[in-house]
Design a protein around this ligand. Structure first.
Ligand code: ADE
Ligand code: ZN
Ligand code: ZN
Length: 260
């Protein structure tokens, strides 16, 4: 009896774990945003970042904040990957989570990177987190509803495989596109100086609000149990591409401001 129970736990345990764990733009989304940012860094910012990362590119560290989710020492960072804003309320007027959220996370990263007293080790850590979180704030469902964990609880089917709405937006569409992060980053038309300025105007609160509004449309566009596939891709992939571009440009602007 005991043996059967143990066997069952071994078999079902990983399933329970994967259901519990929520994720982000997959690595390709995060790396694409980092790569676009890399292309738009000022000379001064590029030099300082190169020195901090010992020549490694921004894309390399872009998924680090997800990798450390497996390490209990960093569990406190889990709530920093998203922000849930009540519709009709401004972020600043609503009660902020005491555990932190995307907005406070981005502020914390910028603060350490601007601090002359901070150690190199801390700067490298928070730089990788910043690259990741500016990415996350552009995944619309990372500014989704609290009650369904940004769509993580909305189960549906993607090309006949069981998944959830959040995951479709994190990675299922991007993975279906079958391009590497460098290929996606190279696939945009050049961004003019004026366009760069227009896209990078505002701050993380504005970018979260923009994502929240997109999230509302996304919630309205899919139902629990729905079968999504080619049509959903056709209707929504432009939005994914646009959010990746905006994320990359805004990340470059944030880094140019910090290191410029
Ligand atoms: N991932 C885990 N919880 C979340 C939430 N409440 N909103 C968005 N993404 C999440
Ligand atoms: Zn996610
Ligand atoms: Zn994340």
């Amino acid at each position: 009896m005991k043996k059967t129970l143990l066997l069952l736990l071994i078999m079902v345990g990983p399933l329970l774990w994967s259901a519990e764990r929520t994720a982000d733009w997959g690595p390709t989304g995060h790396r694409t945003i980092a790569e676009i940012a890399q292309k738009h860094l000022s000379k001064k910012a590029r030099k300082k970042i190169d020195r901090l990362l010992s020549g490694q590119n921004l894309a390399f560290g872009a998924a680090y904040a997800d990798e450390i989710k497996s390490d209990p020492r960093y569990r406190y960072i889990n709530p920093w990957h998203y922000v849930n804003i009540t519709p009709g309320e401004k972020y600043d007027d609503s009660t902020a989570s005491s555990d932190g959220d995307l907005i406070t996370a981005i502020e914390k990263c910028a603060e350490v990177l601007k601090d002359d007293e901070a150690t190199k080790e801390d700067k490298v850590f928070y730089l990788k987190l910043l690259v990741h979180f500016v990415g996350d704030i552009h995944q619309p469902l990372h500014a989704g509803r609290a009650e369904d964990k940004g769509g993580n609880d909305i189960q549906l089917r993607w090309f006949n495989q069981g998944t959830n709405l959040h995951s479709v937006w994190d990675s299922k569409m991007i993975d279906f596109y079958k391009m590497s992060y460098t290929e996606i980053a190279d696939s945009y038309q050049d961004v003019s100086r004026d366009a760069f300025k227009a896209i990078s105007s505002g701050n993380s609160r504005d970018w979260a609000e923009e994502s929240r509004q997109l999230a509302e449309e996304i919630y309205a566009s899919a139902e629990i149990g729905e079968k999504l596939g080619y049509k959903y891709m056709y209707d929504n992939f432009d939005t994914v591409r646009q959010q990746l571009l905006k994320g990359g440009i805004r990340l470059a602007a944030v880094l140019n401001d910090i290191f410029g």
